[in-house]
Design a protein around this ligand. Structure first.
Ligand code: PLP
Ligand code: ZN
Length: 416
């Protein structure tokens, strides 16, 4: 908290003190970057002290976060982050890659990457004494806020499109948040959450609006730095990180994490960041491909609900994450996203469509030569497949139903 100095607008560069603003730049609506004091962080901790931490959650990085310790020991709030990383030789062989890791964010307490953001926003809410936290969500951000808030007895209000997958809505309800479904898409829920926060004095967690979400999300970069980068020799090519993009806040958060580490002098080589969108929701990729920073909304129709966004709220920083690291933004079709679900399934990873999209992006990048065989690659699976079993069933097909006898079994397994 002592390391938290203020905010800087990502568009006009204007700086603000802690008390001057809460969400976005009052002049141009730009997303605010939290400014942290790297000198004071370096005094407080070192790579060695972090590596020695026995806190196996994102809270091991507390000295690098702009919040003070939120307490909540022994609750799910303390278990967000520090997700498993798999080294997948079979998938790597299939793709002709030397090194492939997948980080399974579906293993967070509410089963998506969003727990990182919500944990830190809940800590911020506690710090400023917010009574109610509200968010718009396609499902996961809401589930994460509801879960993290429930963990420490914080009130939460969630506005989601009524078309959100039932599993996600059930999470919201079970965690005891006030859940309101809107007749409309995520963008409509977004605007309503902003208005409601203003009207009722609630603290708004909206992605690409609240500057603290990215501060939580950057912890994924810290984990990659701590656990994977030491395995890549300094002589090797930079790690390529694949991540799916909706609002563009996860990719921006991962970029911010690596930038913080570089500013601290703790990063030898900046990873390349690849943003993957569905062809049916591709506003960020359009801007990237056109070489501009203006984000022009599209009408999203992708089945990958977590990355279904008309107007990405963190699009400018998302484009920069790919551009400034020598990465790319690319799109895949919804068919490719669905196909990727059982491909990950075959090595024991269950992804929701927005998670498998990142892997589908890697498959395409290998095919088109964007990724070479000796590029070390990390794919982020951002959400658990149980979040959306309709898409999973669509991807995996049906099981045969038989009479319970051996001859019927023989005929379906081809043992005649
Ligand atoms: C929210 C989400 C994304 C996309 O994150 P943005 O910050 O909106 O780009 C990707 N995958 C899953 C599972 C998500 O919940
Ligand atoms: Zn500005």
């Amino acid at each position: 908290m002592d390391n938290f100095v203020g905010y800087r607008c990502s568009l006009c560069g204007a700086e603000y003190s802690l008390t001057q603003v809460t969400y976005i730049c009052p002049q141009d609506g730009g997303n605010l970057d939290v400014i942290v004091d790297f000198d004071s962080i370096r005094k407080e901790c070192s790579p060695d002290s972090i590596r020695g931490s026995l806190d196996y959650s994102l809270w091991r990085y507390l000295p690098l976060l702009p919040v003070s310790d939120p307490g909540g020991y022994g609750t799910p709030l303390r278990t967000a982050g520090w997700t498993p990383v798999y080294y997948l030789t079979r998938l790597a062989d299939d793709l002709g890659l030397k090194h492939l890791w997948i980080k399974d964010e579906g293993r967070n307490p509410t089963a998506s990457f969003k727990d990182r953001a919500s944990a830190v926003v809940v800590a911020r809410a506690r710090e400023i004494g917010a009574e109610v936290v509200v968010t718009a969500s396609t499902g996961n951000a809401g589930a994460a806020l509801a879960g993290m808030a429930a963990a420490i007895g914080q009130q939460a209000v969630i506005l989601a499109p009524k078309t959100a997958p039932p599993a996600k809505i059930s999470q919201l309800l079970v965690f005891g948040a006030k859940v309101i479904l809107v007749e409309g898409n995520y963008d409509a829920a977004f605007d309503l959450a902003v208005e409601a926060a203003e009207e009722f004095g609630w603290y708004c967690r909206n992605t690409g609006f609240n500057p603290f979400t990215i501060e939580g999300k950057k912890t994924a970069a810290f984990e990659i730095w701590e656990s994977i980068l030491p395995q890549i020799s300094a002589a090797s090519k930079a790690l390529s990180v694949f991540v799916s993009v909706g609002d563009g806040n996860i990719i921006s958060g991962i970029h911010k994490g690596f930038k913080d580490l570089a500013a601290l002098g703790w990063l030898e080589q900046m990873p390349r960041i690849f943003g993957v969108q569905s062809e049916a929701s591709c506003a960020v990729t359009n801007a990237f491909t056109a070489g501009i920073e203006e984000i022009i909304p599209v009408r999203s129709t992708t089945l990958a609900d977590s990355i279904s966004v008309d107007l990405p709220r963190d699009g400018v920083r998302a484009v920069r994450a790919a551009r400034q690291t020598g990465g790319q933004c690319l799109t895949v079709s919804d068919e490719e996203i669905l196909q990727a679900i059982p491909e990950l399934g075959r090595v024991g990873i269950f992804a929701e469509p927005a998670g498998s999209a990142a892997y589908a992006g890697l498959v395409k990048a290998v095919k088109t030569g964007l990724i070479a065989p000796d590029d070390p690659v990390m794919v982020m699976n951002t959400g658990n497949g149980l979040k959306d079993i309709r898409s999973a069933m669509q991807a995996a097909g049906q099981a045969p139903v038989i009479e319970p006898n051996l001859s019927a079994l023989r005929s379906v397994i081809g043992h005649d």
